[in-house]
Ligand binder design. Structure first.
Ligand code: ATP
Length: 363
């Protein structure tokens, strides 16, 4: 188990900068996530850590050792991909023991130790009943676990998970998330997980680095990136449904602060005043309001309530997502199901809470 440090790491492909001055410091035993859209540079980070690609600039440390010049096989890093092919003619047991028979590791273990590691890993993954089966006799989820097992048996210093469960069906993906998190904690492994899926990151990570176009946008716990997004990109990336963003300003009128847009003005809740007090937000700014920060009613509740109609509605477990058109803007709200709304219903709505963020306008 070891931590990983990337210090001022830049990677160029020709004149294209894929990663720009990346600084990450993971902790031992931490489940660290890199969250970013396709093309952000996640796989490139992994290729640099595992040594498949050289850095253009900067230093990489694994367990305190600078590894820039170390060959991949000496870095003791295991990468789990989704498409980790199993050997079709080998049993699950043989597939699991295979990485331990590689020349570089063979001398490290006796046959008895290899047997112990294989059986312990199978037990952790709940596949101990399947050890004599061939891959063709396994379900998709079972194959996935054997694949993962082949990475786990190596007991490397660091695990890199490169979107390992991205294409599983929703139910299995949900289960694998839980299992991976359990395994990571039970085995106390240091792991970095790359994903474009914000839900995966916030539900599994100890900390998350958000990457966009090769630049780190923010590093923090899931709570920090959700409740204190550093910029518009992070606010947009994290949260489901997506945050409401509109260009506007904050103005005070009769002792009340309003979020102002050309088509509406929304009075702010008293609880939110602390986030605007003492700040000049009267110029053009980008305003972000989480969907959970609204109160809806089928009667008028307060002076500043806005009246509109429901343009979209979706039930989600114990909550509902309700969209409301106001002029040129569509609000997305997420409220409980104490009153059920339908498309076309007249509603009054107002702000409720302080999940409101202000960002310098991006052109
Ligand atoms: P995805 O989620 O789609 O796998 P990613 O975040 O892993 O994306 P990378 O594969 O790291 O992104 O790619 C980052 C950027 O670097 C992309 O714009 C990609 O086109 C570019 N890139 C990656 N490898 C090379 C290469 N060998 N030569 C040139 N450009 C490359």
């Amino acid at each position: 188990m070891a931590n990983v440090i990337l210090k001022g790491v830049t990677k160029k492909f020709g004149s294209f900068t894929a990663l720009d001055d990346i600084n990450i410091e993971t902790k031992e035993g931490e489940f660290f996530f890199i969250l970013g859209p396709s093309g952000a540079g996640k796989s490139t980070v992994f290729n640099l850590i595992s040594g498949i690609l050289p850095v253009t600039k900067g230093e990489i440390f694994i367990g305190g050792e600078m590894v820039n010049k170390l060959e991949p096989r000496h870095r003791d890093v295991a990468v789990a991909f989704e498409s980790y092919a199993l050997y079709p003619n080998k049993t699950v047991y043989q597939n699991l023991e295979f990485p331990l028979l590689a020349p570089i590791r063979k001398s490290q273990y006796t046959a008895k130790e290899i047997d112990k590691i294989v059986r312990e890993t199978a037990e952790l993954l709940h596949i101990e009943e399947l050890l004599d089966r061939l891959p063709s006799q396994l379900s998709g989820g079972q194959k996935q676990r054997v694949s993962l097992g082949r990475t786990l048996v190596r007991r490397p210093k660091v695990f890199l998970f490169d979107e390992p469960i991205a294409h599983l069906d929703a139910k299995l993906r949900h289960r694998m998330r839980g299992e991976l998190k359990r395994l990571q904690k039970e085995m106390g492994i240091s792991a970095i997980f790359a994903t474009p899926d914000q839900l995966e990151a916030v539900s599994m990570a100890d900390r998350v680095a958000i990457l966009n176009k090769g630049v780190i946008q923010q590093i923090g716990t899931p709570e920090e990136i959700y409740f204190q997004p550093a910029n518009l990109f992070v606010a947009n990336m994290v949260g489901d449904p997506k945050i409401n963003i509109f260009r506007g300003s904050v103005k005070k009128d009769g002792g009340v602060y309003y979020l102002c847009h050309k088509d509406f003005r929304l009075p702010m809740d008293k609880s939110a005043e602390k986030i605007v007090a003492g700040r000049d937000l009267s110029g053009d700014i980008d305003i972000g309001v989480r969907p959970t920060c609204f109160r809806l009613s089928n009667t008028k509740m307060g002076e500043g309530d806005i009246q509109t109609r429901v343009s979209f509605m979706q039930r989600m477990g114990d909550s509902q997502v309700v969209k409301l058109d106001v002029g040129s803007f569509t609000f997305t709200t997420k409220v409980d199901q104490s009153v059920l709304y339908s498309i076309g219903d007249t509603v009054w709505f107002s702000l409720s809470g302080d999940k409101i963020f202000f960002f310098d306008p991006v052109a």
